[in-house]
Write a protein that binds this ligand. Structure first.
Ligand SMILES: [Zn+2]
Length: 316
């Protein structure tokens, strides 16, 4: 069986909020078995805790924003993506602002941060959401879909009518139980168009947005001097986002996720559809005695080892 994971030590980092432009500090703290992923706003008189679940997502226009009452925390998806890839089930994240810092626009800083805290195994079995039947949501030509698959296969296609988006770089298919998230996904940065950035700024948003935390495009080209980190960095970032959005379910998904021009909203709608269609998936533990799941689990464990988990380290 595979066990739940948390971190062993408390760690923190400071960065700028993409929209507020203000400095934000986040502190990651160990959490007990079955407590899940909890964000906590500590900059307000009575700190509030928001446990991640699909219905905690309140806004999806520019980023995935979670909230409770009038309090919100936006841009949680890149940190959620790093938590998913590091196999973290239980953690407390304290934030002294309304936004998770953007860092370099990717999730690599969060992967390092989590792993500097030392990922450790706990004493309860890890839960997996195993897809048994097709679940699909769509909006016009856009769609997001789950179907049964032994692994976590992501097949994502984007389509932007812009000269910098080449057809051959618009689709990526990757099985994250076999391929490394760190090497293939974690460094892909968020992107935005100059006209949008100007519009957002006139509305008091994107104040922290700059060429060192996003790929920025004008009508014709990429404005960042250093160019792209992967030739298909745009679609890889959409995968990074989707992994974070889908982890709002609080456990890894075993299945295939196919997306065509999907984004935060459709990803979240797919999770809500999953919760409604209970007969099409099940919560399971991975039984190492079954040959196929044993192979799957060994890939999973192998991938996690790349993140620096050495042996079994039970959280006290
Ligand atoms: Zn993103």
């Amino acid at each position: 069986m595979i066990f739940q994971r948390s971190i062993k030590n408390e760690v923190s980092t400071v960065g700028v909020g993409l929209h507020s432009g203000e400095k934000v500090r986040i502190v990651l703290k160990p959490a007990k078995e079955n407590s899940g992923i909890i964000f906590k706003r500590i900059d307000i008189k009575l700190p509030i805790e928001i446990k991640i679940e699909p219905k905690a997502v309140k806004e999806t226009r520019l980023s995935s924003t979670i909230g409770k009452g009038k309090f919100k925390i936006s841009t949680v998806e890149h940190l959620m993506s790093a938590l998913s890839a590091s196999g973290i089930d239980n953690i407390l994240i304290e934030v002294d602002g309304s936004e998770i810092p953007i860092m370099d626009g990717s999730s690599i800083s969060f992967v390092y941060l989590i792993n500097s805290a030392v990922v450790c195994e706990q004493s309860k079995f890890k839960k997996f959401a195993v897809i048994k039947d097709v679940i699909k949501v769509e909006e016009g030509e856009k769609f997001a879909k789950f179907e049964p698959y032994k692994g976590f296969l992501v097949d994502f296609t984007i389509d932007f009518p812009h000269p910098a988006f080449k057809k051959e770089n618009s689709r990526v298919e990757i099985d994250l139980f076999k391929e490394s998230y760190v090497n293939n996904i974690s460094r892909a940065r968020t992107f935005g168009f100059m006209q949008e950035v100007e519009y957002l700024r006139s509305n008091g948003l994107a104040r922290g947005g700059a060429l060192d935390n996003a790929i920025v495009l004008d009508e014709y080209k990429i404005l960042n001097n250093e160019g792209l980190r992967y030739s298909d960095e745009f679609v890889r970032h959409k995968i990074l986002d989707a992994i974070g959005d889908l982890y709002m379910i609080g456990m890894p998904i075993i299945g295939k996720f196919t997306a065509y021009k999907s984004g935060h909203e459709l990803n979240n709608r797919l999770l809500k559809a999953l919760l409604e269609q209970k007969s099409k998936w099940a919560i399971e533990y991975l039984d190492l005695e079954d040959e196929q799941t044993s192979l799957l689990a060994s890939n999973y464990i192998k991938d996690k080892n790349k993140f620096g988990i050495k042996g079994v380290d039970i959280l006290q």
